[in-house]
Design a protein around this ligand. Structure first.
Ligand SMILES: C[S@@+](CC[C@H](N)C(=O)[O-])C[C@H]1O[C@@H](n2cnc3c(N)ncnc32)[C@H](O)[C@@H]1O
Length: 341
C-alpha cells in the first residue's frame, strides 16, 4: 500500500504542544472514516531526520482525496513516502481569502483558529453532506460566536456563515472588524444593518470576485446579538448544514441566560440549547461542540445532546479529541447528527 507522511504545522505544535500529534491523528481518522470511505490505513507518528511526521498508508490517494487532506487543520506539507524518501505533494486548500482574516483579531476568550478549523472540519465530515465537502457551499451556524472565529473560518472556506452572540461588546467588535476587513481587502460587498425579532443584526454579502458579485454571487454572513436559545427564532429553522460552537468554559466566560443574566453552568446552557440547535439544523446536519470537561463529563454532554434529539457520533476516532488547554481547562469535542437526511 502506498505510504504518505504529513508534516504538522509548527503553529499547531505551539497551540497544543504534546497533544498536537494525537489531535491530528484523530482528525485524520475522522476524515478517513467519513469522507475517504475508509481508504486510509491507521496513522502513526514516525520520526525522520529529527522531525516527527504522521505517516499513513492509503490505497491510491487520488486528486480528490489529496484535496480533502489539504484542508486538515494542522497540515503544513504532505509527502509521498517511498524507500525512506519524501516526495512533496501539492496541497490544494479551499482557502478563498488571506489568512489574516483569522489571525488579525486578538482578544481574551478567542478560540484558537487552528482548533476552530479542526472543530469545523470534524463537524462537516460528520454531516450527511460530507461527500460534497469540496463542492458544496455549506451553511454554518455558530450559536455562541464570540468575535467570529468560526464565522471567519467558514468564510475562508467559501461557505455562508451565521452567528448568535449575547455579549453586545463582542457583537460590536466583530461587526467593526469584518466591515473594516472587507474594505481593506477591497472586496465587493454590501452591509445590511437592522433588527430581527427585536435583536440587533448585521449582515454582509461578500463577493469572491467582482464579476461574480455583479451577477449576484456572494457569500452571506449574518450575526445577531441575542441568546443562543433564540437561534431558531432569529434564523429560519432547518437552514444550517452544520452548527459549530466552543461553549463557555465556566471559567473566564460565564454563560449567560436569555436576558443576559449570568449563570455559572455551561452544562445547563447546553441542555437548554440542544433542542434549539437541533431545530436550526437541516436533517442530516451535524453539531460539533467543544467544552471544558472539568465542568461536565463527556457522557453527560453526549446525553444532553441525545435528549435534545441529536445522535452523538461515538466511533473510536471521535473519542480522541480531549486535550489540555491550561490548568483550568481540559477541552473535548462531541459531534452529533440530526437524523433523517
Ligand atoms: C468560548 S466563547 C466562544 C469564543 C468564540 N469562538 C471566538 O473565538 O470568539 C463562548 C461565547 O459564548 C457566549 N455566550 C455565553 N452564553 C451565551 C448565550 N446564552 N447566548 C449566546 N452567547 C452566549 C459568550 O459571550 C462567549 O462569547
Amino acid at each position: 500500500m502506498p505510504e504518505y507522511a504529513l508534516l504538522v504545522s509548527p503553529s499547531t505544535n505551539r497551540v497544543y504542544s504534546d497533544a498536537a500529534a494525537g489531535l491530528t491523528l484523530a482528525e485524520l481518522a475522522v476524515f478517513g472514516e467519513r469522507v475517504l470511505g475508509g481508504a486510509l490505513g491507521t496513522p502513526r507518528v514516525e520520526r525522520m531526520g529529527s522531525v516527527e511526521y504522521l505517516a499513513f498508508g492509503a490505497e491510491g490517494l487520488g486528486e480528490r482525496a489529496l484535496a480533502v487532506l489539504s484542508n486538515l487543520s494542522s497540515a503544513f506539507a504532505l509527502f509521498a513516502l517511498a524507500d525512506g524518501r519524501l516526495r512533496p505533494l501539492e496541497l490544494r486548500r479551499l482557502d478563498r481569502f488571506d489568512s489574516d482574516l483569522l489571525t488579525i483579531q486578538r482578544y481574551a476568550g478567542k478560540t484558537n483558529e487552528t482548533f476552530t478549523k479542526l472543530l469545523l472540519n470534524v463537524t462537516l465530515a460528520s454531516s450527511a453532506f460530507a461527500p460534497e465537502l469540496l463542492e458544496r457551499t455549506f451553511t454554518v451556524l455558530d450559536p455562541l460566536c464570540g468575535r467570529g472565529t468560526t464565522l471567519n473560518q467558514a468564510l475562508m472556506y467559501g461557505f455562508d456563515a451565521a452567528g448568535v452572540e449575547i455579549d453586545g461588546k463582542d457583537f460590536d467588535a466583530y461587526a467593526a472588524f469584518i466591515k473594516r476587513w472587507v474594505k481593506d481587502k477591497r472586496l465587493k460587498h454590501r452591509v445590511h444593518v437592522g433588527h430581527v425579532k427585536g435583536h440587533r443584526r448585521i449582515a454582509l454579502d461578500i463577493g469572491l470576485d467582482k464579476a461574480g458579485f455583479r451577477q449576484g454571487k456572494a457569500l452571506h454572513l449574518a450575526v445577531v446579538n441575542a441568546s443562543t436559545l433564540e437561534s431558531a427564532e432569529v434564523y429560519p429553522p432547518r437552514s444550517f448544514d452544520v452548527v459549530v460552537a466552543d461553549a463557555p468554559y465556566g471559567v473566564k466566560h460565564a454563560s449567560a441566560g436569555p436576558r443576559g443574566e449570568l449563570s455559572r453552568s455551561p452544562l445547563e446552557l447546553l441542555k437548554e440549547a440542544a433542542p434549539v440547535w437541533r431545530e436550526a439544523l437541516r436533517p442530516g446536519g451535524a453539531l460539533g461542540i467543544a467544552w471544558n470537561v472539568r465542568v461536565a463529563r463527556r457522557e453527560v454532554v453526549a446525553e444532553a445532546l441525545a435528549q435534545g434529539g441529536l445522535e452523538p457520533c461515538d466511533s473510536p476516532p471521535y473519542r480522541r479529541f480531549q486535550h489540555r488547554v491550561d490548568q483550568a481547562i481540559l477541552r473535548d469535542v462531541v459531534v452529533a447528527r440530526r437524523p433523517g437526511a
